[in-house]
Unconditional design. Structure first.
Length: 309
């Protein structure tokens, strides 16, 4: 079954804390039992891999309940429902939503621990707008994914708008960044001219050029698929050059027949790189993109404190 968003755990966890003292571990186990999660479901992890989904959502639900003053720490790692929390349970017999917590006096102050310092400095910041169902980790993951998707789309569109010559040189830059040939000056040659037999670039994998990789670069719109005939023609060009290795790169995609043809295997080794893979490689090796911000997300190292108990 789908694991509920963290807001759906607010009332069950507060109810549990009203019956018994809880820790993050015991609350996670209790929520797993209450939800009837199978072992595999209970072990599903968040994208970073640092915690299980149910553990992460339980932890954030406990954080929100703590900020609202509905549960409080009574011992290391251990929490209990407050008198305020017990009353809140009675007042909300069915569901507790994040909006209910936001209505509690002191909610914003509980999150903005530096509010007084900012006020003293004359700095005023609006309270953050919270997604009422996603944990902060989930919101960060979602927004980073949205930024990544937007960048990928703009990057591919920009490449398609460039000249064929620019694209051929870009392809060489990507392959050199991946470690093929060493450097542009020593090992890469841009061809892409009349009489090149359809070969757009050449990379020497050794100093004497005894081991070469030839490149075909096709800058197509997304709806222009590379078919089997084009791949066969490229293989023919390799044979004419006496080369057994080639990379066929396109901004679009390859027809299934072209992929099947290459997978059959032959004396000529061909690698097909479609638009998605090209963008992956450009992002990985920072070709055509730059880093504008870096953020570190820190988490409590519970092992450090466990060792000192």
């Amino acid at each position: 079954m789908p694991i509920p968003t963290f807001d759906k755990l607010l009332r069950p966890i507060l109810h549990l804390a009203d019956r018994e003292d809880i820790t993050r571990k015991s609350a996670t186990e209790a929520m797993s039992r209450e939800l009837g999660l199978a072992p595999a479901e209970a072990e599903q992890r968040i994208p970073s891999g640092t915690a299980t989904i149910i553990g992460n959502r339980t932890g954030w639900a406990m954080t929100f309940l703590t900020k609202a003053g509905l549960i409080s720490k009574i011992a290391p790692k251990t929490y209990r429902a407050t008198d305020k929390g017990k009353q809140f349970l009675n007042d909300h017999p069915q569901v507790i939503a994040v909006g209910d917590l936001q209505a509690i006096p002191g909610w914003e102050e509980a999150w903005n621990t530096r509010a007084k310092k900012r006020e003293a400095s004359g700095i005023s910041e609006p309270a953050p707008i919270l997604d009422l169902t996603a944990t902060p980790h989930e919101r960060i993951t979602r927004e980073v994914a949205a930024l990544d998707a937007d960048l990928r789309g703009r990057l591919l569109s920009t490449i398609v708008d460039q000249s064929p010559t620019f694209f051929e040189r870009l392809v060489l830059d990507v392959l050199i960044a991946m470690g093929y040939g060493g450097s542009r000056e020593d090992a890469a040659e841009h061809l892409g001219r009349s009489g090149d037999e359809g070969i757009d670039g050449r990379i020497n994998q050794d100093a004497l050029g005894l081991d070469q990789v030839l490149i075909q670069a096709k800058k197509y719109r997304p709806d222009r698929i590379v078919d089997r005939k084009e791949v066969q023609a490229f293989i023919g060009s390799l044979a004419g050059q006496g080369v057994s290795k080639g990379v066929f790169i396109t901004t679009s995609a390859f027809a299934a027949s072209a992929q099947e043809f290459v997978m059959r295997g032959s004396a000529t080794k061909i690698i097909l790189v479609d638009g998605d893979m090209l963008i992956d490689l450009m992002l990985r090796h920072k070709i055509g993109v730059r880093v504008i911000e870096r953020h570190e997300i820190k988490e409590l190292d519970q092992n450090y404190f466990d060792e000192n108990e």
